[in-house]
Design a binder for this molecule. Structure first.
Ligand SMILES: [Zn+2]
Length: 396
């Protein structure tokens, strides 16, 4: 102590302690990237889904009409849900590594695991397409020779991501998969989706991992018609879904759709107008999701993480700060109700830049990074401009 007094002076020791405790306080307030462990699941088999738009589809009148429209537009339409999406995310995660993140490969889902949310006849129809190249459904879902395997691996990798967090192998996980899943219904492929990955993962968590109440948060710009249909009357799975309102695709997700029977109250839709940005989205998460989770008390949280709410995808108007802020709210919900039990599963996001940067931003927050409080773009800059210019218009 004598030497400490000499070193720190009369009151120095206590001031050092104060400084230390302030530092600890600051560390708590200012999270550090790498504080939390994140497992990112990625399996190259998901690249085998390469829909070919040259394939004939839509038999009959509708096909001719679509062809006419496309020719009239004089643009080459390409399938927006392509392997380059997950490649872009992986490239950015490799180019700008995030502390605390490790990678792991995925696995295919079994027929039994898929059959928890899809009918056997639907699965038979899909499996019969293995190795073929054709259109599946009139609303744009196509398959190529590797598609069925890619879809099996997407659903199985979502399961792997959940198994990892339930086993405590990481504080959160992110399944970087495609084709996406949330439009896939029990008996129908829709909107680029073959199997409902997040639903398969939720059902597996309940059947095999001892989870009782699963909260699914879907922040993709499109309503999760498939996930909603699968769990609409299930009181043990809550779906909280923010999306651009009908008539935007797929047209469902009205605020009155709240679940049915024993599941009444466990479907929570928040339809949003085009142009909805960070402030409104964060309010939806803080003022609806947080109390909903308080009531539901989940023991597992899954996120259908689509990146098409970003303004570059033209459906809604989120910025990267907005994605970071809603991730932080989700993290708080998980910390409060079921620490360490958070798995995110990729859904949409078609602009490669915002998809990759959005996923990177979210994973950074999962790893312990700070989320800035989003504001309205430009307000701060205008305030500075006001201060800069106004003096010119005063005589004094
Ligand atoms: Zn979407």
């Amino acid at each position: 102590m004598a030497s400490a007094c000499r070193r720190y002076g009369k009151h120095g020791y206590w001031s050092v302690l104060e400084t230390k405790s302030r530092t600890v306080e600051q560390a708590r307030e200012q999270p550090v990237i790498g504080d939390r462990s994140v497992l990112v699941f990625y399996d190259e088999r998901v690249l085998g889904h390469e829909p070919n738009i040259e394939e004939p589809f839509l038999p009959g009148r509708l096909a001719r009409r679509v062809k006419e429209i496309l020719e009239g537009l004089d643009v080459k339409w390409s399938y927006p849900e392509h392997p380059g999406r997950v490649r872009a995310v992986m490239e950015l995660l490799k180019a700008e590594p995030i502390a605390g993140v490790t990678f792991r490969s995925g696995k295919p889902a079994t027929r039994e695991q898929l059959a928890r949310v899809h009918t056997l006849s639907y699965l038979d129809d899909i499996f019969a397409m293995r190795g073929q190249n054709a259109w599946l459904d009139r609303d744009t879902t196509a398959v190529s020779t590797g598609s069925v395997e890619a879809a099996e691996v997407a659903a199985g990798t979502a399961i792997a991501a959940v198994e990892a967090v339930v086993a405590g192998e990481a504080q959160s996980s992110f399944a970087l998969v495609r084709p996406p899943g949330h439009h896939a219904e029990p008996v129908r492929a829709r909107g680029f989706c073959l199997f409902n990955n997040v639903a398969v993962a939720a059902a597996h968590a309940q059947a095999e991992l001892g989870c009782r109440r699963v909260l699914i948060i879907d922040w993709d710009a499109h309503h999760a018609n498939g996930t909603q249909a699968i769990f609409y009357s299930d009181p043990d799975v809550m779906l909280f879904d923010t999306h651009r309102a009908s008539p935007f695709y797929p047209g469902s997700g009205h605020i009155e759709e709240v679940g049915a029977g024993a599941g009444e109250g466990t479907t929570v839709n928040v339809p949003l107008p085009a142009g909805t940005g960070d402030i409104a989205m964060v309010k939806a998460f803080r003022d609806i999701l947080v109390p909903a989770a308080e009531w539901f008390e989940p023991d597992l949280v899954l996120v259908s993480a689509g990146f098409d709410p970003h303004r570059l995808d033209l459906a809604l108007n989120l910025s990267y700060d907005g994605f970071a802020a809603i991730t932080e709210v989700v993290q708080e919900v998980v910390d409060r109700h079921c620490p360490g039990r958070l798995a995110m599963i990729l859904e949409g996001g078609y602009h490669l830049e915002s998809l990759a940067r959005g996923a990177h931003t979210v994973i950074e927050v999962l790893a312990g990074g700070d989320a800035p409080t989003p504001g309205e773009a430009g307000v701060e800059e205008v305030a500075e401009a006001v201060a800069f210019h106004l003096s010119a218009f005063r005589d004094d």
